[in-house]
Design a protein around this ligand. Structure first.
Ligand code: ATP
Ligand code: MG
Length: 359
């Protein structure tokens, strides 16, 4: 019976989809964890206001973008609504002193980093068995906007988008290819790859391009720019869910297999730039060719900068994957291939396949 293999493939993919969903659900943060984190945010905000009365402390990154796993760190951004304010460097120093005195956090000020931040951590407690890690930065308005953009994408099709993203986040951590400091890719980079894939590679697309949809009403330049960057995107998700429906009915398992396959062999790493804003771009058109001339850059890392290119959705002159080195990219592609191979053998039990993938 020639339909036999097809039926068994369909069965495997359906089982895989269900297993991926179940796997991710058990890794979501608990209600208690979310409540403790919100309490921490409020406490820190109260303390910061003793230094800068007109400040707000906002969450960004995974705690605010809909892609948070259990025990993920907190990214906080302090906005100061007044003309005269302390420099980020001074704020980092003053805030660190204050937190040392007033709280139980371990405090590490980084006032002279490219982006000055305060790093905090809290020891484990019953409500937070693994403790808490938190970074506080200042005036990082672009990060707040890219968080909101990812959140909107997560909300358009929560089941498929969040399951895929959360699974890949677990997978890349377990496979140790999620360390920008060691030459691989940040979580933010992986999330952008998934959205790029769902908007621009899948046909029909699973997600619309929120940055290219026509606005509902005229918008003024000042409203949609941070520095010189255009941060506009269609953010009325309620309306979008009424008006837009994807013609793509692929299951989560199918999408995951296609994602791995695409980034194993189809994406043009040498010449291509993945852009969620504009689709597949050329490195050349952005001036992001690998510069392999050792005479121009003594530091090997400088030269490595553009091995893998992912355009930031708003800061379009910023390569989110700039930290990926040659070895890092080799490891990442190797993992995409390993995953493709494992899933193509269609193990008897999908739950086993998932465990094996994340081994
Ligand atoms: P995790 O749960 O692993 O912490 P995350 O969603 O918080 O994942 P991070 O990589 O920690 O992702 O990034 C947090 C936020 O910091 C992102 O949402 C983004 O706003 C900003 N960010 C991180 N890395 C970059 C980068 N390379 N370029 C620009 N913004 C970044
Ligand atoms: Mg984070």
């Amino acid at each position: 019976d020639p339909s036999q293999p097809r039926a068994s493939k369909q069965r495997f993919i359906a089982g895989l989809s269900q297993c991926l969903f179940d796997f991710v659900v058990q890794l979501l943060p608990t209600v208690e964890e979310l409540a403790v984190k919100e309490d921490v945010r409020k406490l820190l905000e109260r303390l910061i206001r003793t230094i800068e009365p007109n400040s707000r402390l906002l969450s960004f990154g995974s705690t605010a973008n809909g892609f948070s796993l259990r025990n993920s760190d907190m990214d906080l951004c302090c906005l100061i609504d007044s003309e005269e304010r302390l420099s980020a460097t001074d704020l980092v120093t003053m805030l660190s002193d204050l937190l040392e005195r007033e709280t139980k956090f371990h405090v590490k000020p980084l006032p002279h980093a490219r982006i000055p931040i305060v790093k905090l951590s809290l020891d484990p407690s019953p409500a937070l068995p693994l403790g808490i890690a938190c970074d506080i930065g200042f005036e990082n308005r672009l990060a707040l906007e890219n968080t909101r953009l990812l959140y909107c994408y997560a909300m358009i099709d929560p089941t498929r988008v969040r399951t895929l993203v959360l699974f890949l986040k677990v997978w890349c951590k377990r496979r140790k290819i999620n360390s920008p400091y060691k030459g691989t890719l940040s979580s933010y980079g992986y999330v952008l790859l998934v959205i790029y894939f769902l908007v621009h590679v899948k046909n029909p697309p699973v997600l619309p391009n929120l940055q290219q949809m026509p606005p509902l009403r005229p918008i003024s330049h000042g409203d949609i720019h941070i520095a010189e960057y255009n941060t506009w995107f269609f953010d009325d998700i309620e309306l979008l869910r009424l008006r837009w429906r994807s013609a793509n009915t692929d299951s989560i398992g199918q999408l995951l297999m296609d994602f791995f396959k695409y980034f194993s062999r189809d994406f043009s790493y040498n010449t291509g730039v993945a852009s969620i804003r504009a689709g597949l771009l050329k490195k050349e058109s952005k001036g992001w060719q690998n510069d392999l001339d050792p005479a121009r850059y003594k530091d090997a890392r400088e030269r490595e900068r553009n091995r893998f290119c992912i355009e930031d959705p708003f800061e379009t002159d910023f390569n989110v994957a700039r930290c990926v080195t040659r070895d890092g990219l080799y490891a990442i592609r190797g993992e995409f291939m390993r995953a493709t191979r494992m899933l193509s053998t269609r193990p008897e039990r999908a739950s086993y396949a998932i465990a094996q993938l994340c081994e």
